[in-house]
Design a protein around this ligand. Sequence first.
Ligand SMILES: [Zn+2]
Length: 395
Amino acid sequence: MEDLLYYEDAYMTNFDANVVTSNTDERGTYVTLDRTAFYPEGGGQPDDYGTLNNIRVTDVQKINDAIHHYVEQPLPLGPVHGQIDWSRRFDHMQQHCGQHILTAAFVELFDVPTVAFHLGKETVTIDLQTETITAEQLAQAEARANAIILENRPVETKWVTAEEAKQYPLRKQLTVSDDIRLVIIPDFDYNGCGGTHPRGTGDVSMLKIVSTERAKQQIRVHFICGQRVSDAFTWRLASMQQAAQLLSVQQTQIPTSIEKLLKTQKQLEHDLSAAKEQLLTIEMERLARSTDETIIEAFEGYSMQQAQKIARTLTTQFPEKTVVLVATDDKKMQLVFAKGKQSTSSLNMNEQLKVLLSFINGRGGGNPQFAQGGGDFTISVDEMMQQIRNQFIAK
Ligand SMILES: [Zn+2]
């Protein structure tokens, strides 16, 4: 087992070591070193990236007690210089330590334990063993966590035996029985943990809870720490500024302004649908005056339901007539064929529909009196109208 430099000094970004094995496995080409500052994925903390002699390390895993550094190109045995991607590592240290602090705050304030932790790309989550949590409780836990951060308490690590571990008020049961590593924030949190942590809580900088969700019988809390808080503030501020500009209001007035807009939109939608309904009546009155035995019409911006309504109303009012409608919206060409009960036409609406649907990859059906269907714009509305006239008028 190599020297684990990240345990000696979590702030080590550069180190010299020797490549002792250079090999390939199913994850890729890797090397192992006699000492390393690269933290391998584990304990909920993602692995470090960086370089070995300027060759990129893209994956670090602990496999059978050896740390495999997966590299973009093979490296020869012998001396090597390692460099850790510090912004990535420090971000993980901030999030991981923040997790310890927030988890301990929930225990201290509400006796609610954390049962799962995930350090994600966007947010960090903890799953709280409780079915309910109030906004007030979340605010209190966040405030307590930030107070601990502001106090810049030391974050100590200790290697202990199982017997020695018993003297500490550990937050949860240990998962290992020897080489136990404790991460301690004095008088606040005592915890077995193999991750990398800052020297003091102050390096976490800040913690912000961003959302919660229900997860089985638990509450999942999403939060961010350190640089992520600043980054989140930056893009949220940009969004707010843009929204305020679009709405021509102050940022604090955005919600009220959106509320007003939505109300207006609802009213407009209502008015539009009333106007469409009126237009439909006018269209029907116009078609009712037609002397043609077969009425063929195309409508733009009408739904299938509206076209069906026109066809049914007309054939009820004029049972000797046949009504053929093409209704289009921006997605589909729709056909409605209706034959009045007293029509002398021998045409079967369902069969006619099937023939015409074949031009537009359409689907639909009905019966000899009434049929409807829709398809793509593989031919134009004019071409469809011509096809319809050929079939209905010629016969
Ligand atoms: Zn930990």
